[in-house]
Design a protein around this ligand. Structure first.
Ligand code: HEM
Length: 308
């Protein structure tokens, strides 16, 4: 079962943000950790400049991200990670992977990669940095992006990042713009996003879009109510937004979870809630999420599962 389930009574046209409390983890470490870290590192080794990018002059903000992330996972997962700090001499121990890294905090030469690129290889989350009055995407490590990539969005302000969906959910995006401009230090928030996919491939960055479209086209004829639940995946992103105190930049963290739709629909309550949300989602949003063609079969399947 998915640890987060963003389906309620109907499609939510609000931002859906909640405060991220001191007791809430910023970063999640789950049983997928070793697999997902290996996958991420492979992608970064194959195409480093596609999965990690930065504009110049954001090194200080990158070090702030590194500090925040390491402190947070060492606090919430003390059996798995240890951070020793002596002035600027830091030692990071990753007990899951049996790795130790010693470096001088603030001196990028002492790390094998840029601070954001290095710390991103320690966590399952994608890590994106936004900065400035118009909240531009200034750096990021994005390995498990859902239908977007850094090449398309680096340097763009928040509003333009969302250009494809602004006309569909404009009031929500206006509220989100204000939230991004005013997010206070020490008051991080989180929200969930969902999609329904024909594959459970984690890396759905833009270079895979043609293959994914083809896969969907090939599968469409067999997406029938009896079996559709075994052919689709629910993909959920837990997104966090944290204002960094020194640089004023914002860290946007994205943890992607997925499960076979049938495994979620085993629970009649979950099946009913998915049906309620999908059937009230604006048609332009369904088209954006590439769900239009299989929606009738999916709703028929979910209605049957809701009444067990
Ligand atoms: C409260 C904050 C935010 C809200 C309410 C929000 C909302 C949304 C919504 C509704 C979508 C449409 C897709 C879907 O629902 O699956 C979307 C897509 C997207 N969001 Fe956000 N978002 C937020 C923050 C961010 C941030 C900080 C970034 C930084 C990079 C971001 C990047 C994207 C991208 C790249 C897409 C895909 C756009 C495309 O198709 O080109 N979002 N967002």
């Amino acid at each position: 079962m998915l640890p987060y389930f963003p389906f309620g009574q109907q499609f939510n046209d609000k931002m859906g943000t909640y405060p991220l409390l001191e007791s809430d983890r910023l970063i999640d470490v789950d049983e997928q950790y070793p697999n997902q870290i290996a996958l991420k590192r492979q992608q970064l080794s194959d195409l480093p400049a596609y999965y990690y990018q930065t504009l110049p002059d954001y090194e200080t903000a990158q070090w702030e991200v590194l500090e925040l992330v390491l402190e947070n996972i060492a606090r919430f997962f003390p059996d798995s990670f240890t951070l020793h700090r002596q002035d600027n001499q830091w030692i990071w121990q990753n007990h899951i992977l049996n790795e130790e890294t010693a470096f001088t905090f603030g001196d990028t030469q002492t790390l094998p990669n840029d601070p954001l690129d290095w710390v991103g290889r320690q966590v399952q989350e994608d890590l994106i940095l936004l900065s400035g009055d118009d909240v531009r995407l200034v750096a990021g490590q994005l390995c498990f992006g859902n239908d977007w990539c850094l090449d398309e969005k680096l340097g763009l302000p928040f509003w333009q990042i969302h250009a494809p969906i602004v006309s569909i959910v404009e009031p929500m995006m206006r509220a989100a713009q204000t939230l991004m401009e005013r997010l206070p230090v020490g008051r991080p928030v989180w929200r969930l996003n969902w999609s329904v996919k024909v594959s459970d491939q984690l890396d759905m960055t833009s270079r895979h879009i043609p293959t994914m479209h083809q896969l969907l086209t090939d599968h469409l004829p067999s997406l029938i109510p009896d079996t559709i639940g075994d052919q689709l995946y629910v993909r959920v992103e837990r997104q966090t937004l944290t204002r960094l105190p020194g640089s004023g930049a914002i860290l946007f963290g994205i943890h992607t979870y997925q499960n076979l739709l049938a495994n979620e629909a085993i629970d009649p309550e979950r099946a009913a809630r998915m049906a309620q949300v999908f059937s009230t989602t604006p048609s332009a949003m369904l088209a954006y999420k590439s769900m239009t063609h299989f929606l009738p079969a999916l709703l028929e399947y979910l209605h049957a599962k809701s009444h067990r």
